[in-house]
Design a protein around this ligand. Structure first.
Ligand SMILES: Nc1ncnc2c1ncn2[C@@H]1O[C@H](COP(=O)(O)OP(=O)(O)OP(=O)(O)O)[C@@H](O)[C@H]1O
Ligand SMILES: [Mg+2]
Length: 271
């Protein structure tokens, strides 16, 4: 008979969002590649900013790729919550790769939004920051497959495989509108070690935000949906479990069928 083994000790990285780490047994396992998904304005970038700041505070090296906002916009947003991103850049603990502005004078930008260039630039940034545990945020990956959502899985697999060797724990942000959510589901979610999904809803005339951990390998994670707050001067905060009904977030089945059909067609047309 084989003897039982000890429960493995897993090194976990805190996200820095008050209340969130409790949902995932203390943090994200080191080296994981986690998809953060959700509609516009649900808090994906603010969640990422917290994760980056916690890394800076913990002396991790942090690389933040931004494709939808400029570097200045990310710095300003962080500073609204008292996080000194400019200082972290000046002391070589943070590099923000600005893939939106793409100014020729900027060392940390991309010439084109192509996945090979992204990966090379991230490795260059890691080398510039130096040896050691690192965090990577790609906010967002959607920009790289905007015109070809069926490439999502291939691209994210590539990024995961190549960057694994560089000691990154990665958040890969992906936005989706209701109509493209299945394009996303078809691609990335199997490649990811974890899925953190942000949602929104209007309740009694007020916009509310929610988060649910849909997947976190090697983790006895919470299965409930939580309400999320974003507070000026402080940032994101997890409030309490909520009782949203399934119908509040799920697409009508005829819409779902149509989307899945389109995705299958698109995958077939791939080279
Ligand atoms: N200082 C602040 N105080 C309170 N709420 C804020 C503050 N700054 C931003 N917000 C809220 O956060 C929202 C933006 O969140 P965030 O940028 O993280 O969304 P996102 O999910 O990344 O959206 P997108 O997919 O469009 O990038 C704003 O729409 C606003 O409601
Ligand atoms: Mg964002």
């Amino acid at each position: 008979m084989l003897k039982k083994v000890e429960k493995p000790l897993i090194e976990r990285l805190k996200t820095g969002v008050p209340g969130f780490d409790n949902l995932i047994a203390g943090g994200i396992p080191r080296g994981f590649f986690v998809a953060v998904v959700g509609e516009p304005g649900t808090g994906k970038t603010i969640f990422s900013i917290h994760f980056a700041w916690k890394g800076i505070e913990s002396r991790d090296k942090v690389v933040y790729v931004t494709t939808e906002e400029s570097r200045e916009s990310i710095i300003r947003q962080a500073e609204m919550f008292g996080m000194n991103f400019s200082g972290a850049i000046a002391s070589n603990r943070l590099i923000i790769i600005d893939a939106l502005m793409r100014s020729q004078k900027d060392e940390w930008t991309l010439e084109d939004l192509v996945i090979e260039e992204l990966v090379n630039k991230i490795i260059e940034a890691k080398k510039a920051l130096g040896y050691g545990r690192a965090r990577l945020i790609i906010d967002s990956m959607s920009a790289f497959w905007l015109d070809r959502p069926a490439m999502a899985r291939k691209y994210s697999y590539m990024v995961k495989r190549i960057l694994y060797r560089w000691d990154f724990t990665t958040l890969m942000i992906s936005q989706y509108a209701v109509t493209t959510s299945y394009a996303f589901g078809w691609g990335v979610e199997h490649v990811a070690d974890g899925i953190i999904r942000f949602r929104r809803g209007i309740r009694k005339g007020i916009l509310r935000r929610y988060v649910i951990v849909e997947k976190m390998r090697q983790t006895p994670h919470d299965l409930r949906m939580y309400e999320v707050e974003i507070i000026d001067g402080k940032g994101m905060n997890i409030v309490k479990p909520t009782e949203m009904r399934k119908e509040d977030t799920v697409l009508p089945s005829d819409v779902k069928k149509k989307i899945v059909k389109n995705i299958k067609k698109e995958e077939k047309e791939l080279p």
